[in-house]
Ligand binder design. Structure first.
Ligand code: CP
Length: 303
């Protein structure tokens, strides 16, 4: 098949901004299909080679992509920049072109800088799946978050979702905002002034008290590695003002759920006792990452 730019774009997944509700729903439905599939491994992608290219650390995303690829019967190549020629100064573009020239059929890629992935995708001829690029987007995380909400509530239309914490540095917040808004949810943000972002039009900021009234409270990790010094006074101070403490959790609606993309800073943005509490969907989110990534990989490699 000759790969045109249009069908390559349809198979790549660079972000959720601009994706329609029907396309989001088709990915969620396909994930539900794989979720219900009892066979642990199928041969749908037999003979296809997928490279996982992580230029930034990851546990959940990297492992669940590999799990998804292997469940679909694909051949998996794992590339980590720390053990590669990137350490000798090779660029991201040259690295991706190298793997492409060796015959990969698709690439999953995580990058530290935002704004590079689009240019990269325009220069290569294999579909690319964004596994998180800087503070721009983390589309498969948001898809698994939507899938978790859909499974719990049935529908996202009118669902009140409060995303709390380090919005400025969060690709998870951005991807969730685009996708949840497309699905008709009511998304608000809660953050200290120095962690607010201004790049999303119509962003609505609410207080912590208001966030506790939501149907879904999504806590974000304080991304200390991306902070300029002094963004938070101390972990305890942050917890006091913006943490989901056990005391605050008593004010949540009876039907509300707690989400967090993880990794979690226990006792900073969320109290230790809440991480595995009955309202928490944190480990369910991780579980849902596998069928979501099966659906996304299959979409990238379909004929
Ligand atoms: N949620 C998430 O992206 O986790 P990892 O950084 O471990 O992949």
């Amino acid at each position: 098949m000759i790969m045109t730019t249009t069908n390559l774009n349809q198979r790549s997944l660079l972000g959720l901004k601009g994706m329609s509700a029907s396309e989001l729903t088709s990915i969620l439905d396909r994930a539900a299909y794989w979720d219900a599939h009892t066979e642990k491994q199928v041969s749908v992608l037999q003979g296809k080679f997928v490279a996982n290219m992580f230029f930034e650390n990851s546990t959940r995303t990297r492992v669940s992509f590999e799990m998804a690829q292997k469940r679909l019967g694909a051949e998996v190549l794992n590339f980590t920049s720390a053990a590669s020629s990137v350490e000798k100064g090779e660029s991201i573009y040259d690295t991706v072109r190298t793997l492409e020239s060796m015959g990969i059929d698709a690439g999953v890629i995580r990058l530290k800088p935002a704004g590079v992935l689009q240019q990269l995708a325009e220069k290569v001829s294999v579909p690319l799946i964004n596994a998180g690029d800087g503070n721009n987007e983390h589309p498969t995380q948001a898809l698994l978050d939507l899938y978790t909400m859909k499974r719990h509530f049935g529908d996202m239309k009118g669902l009140r979702v409060a995303i709390v914490g380090d919005i400025l540095h969060s690709r998870v917040a951005r991807s969730n905002f685009w996708a949840l808004t497309a699905m008709g949810a009511n998304v608000s943000f809660c953050a200290p002034d120095n962690m607010k972002a201004t790049d999303i039009p119509d962003m609505k900021y609410i207080s912590m008290e208001e966030a506790l009234q939501a149907d879904v409270i999504m806590m974000l990790r304080v991304q200390l590695e991306r902070h300029a010094s002094g963004m938070i006074q101390s972990a305890e101070d942050y917890r006091l003002h913006y943490g989901l403490t056990e005391d605050r959790a008593t004010k949540l609606k009876p039907h509300a759920i707690i989400m967090h993309p993880a990794p979690v800073n226990r006792n900073v943005e969320i109290d230790d006792a809440l991480v595995e509490s009955p309202k928490s969907k944190i480990f369910t989110q991780m579980q849902n990452g596998v069928p979501i990534r099966m659906a996304v990989i299959e979409r990238a490699l379909r004929n």
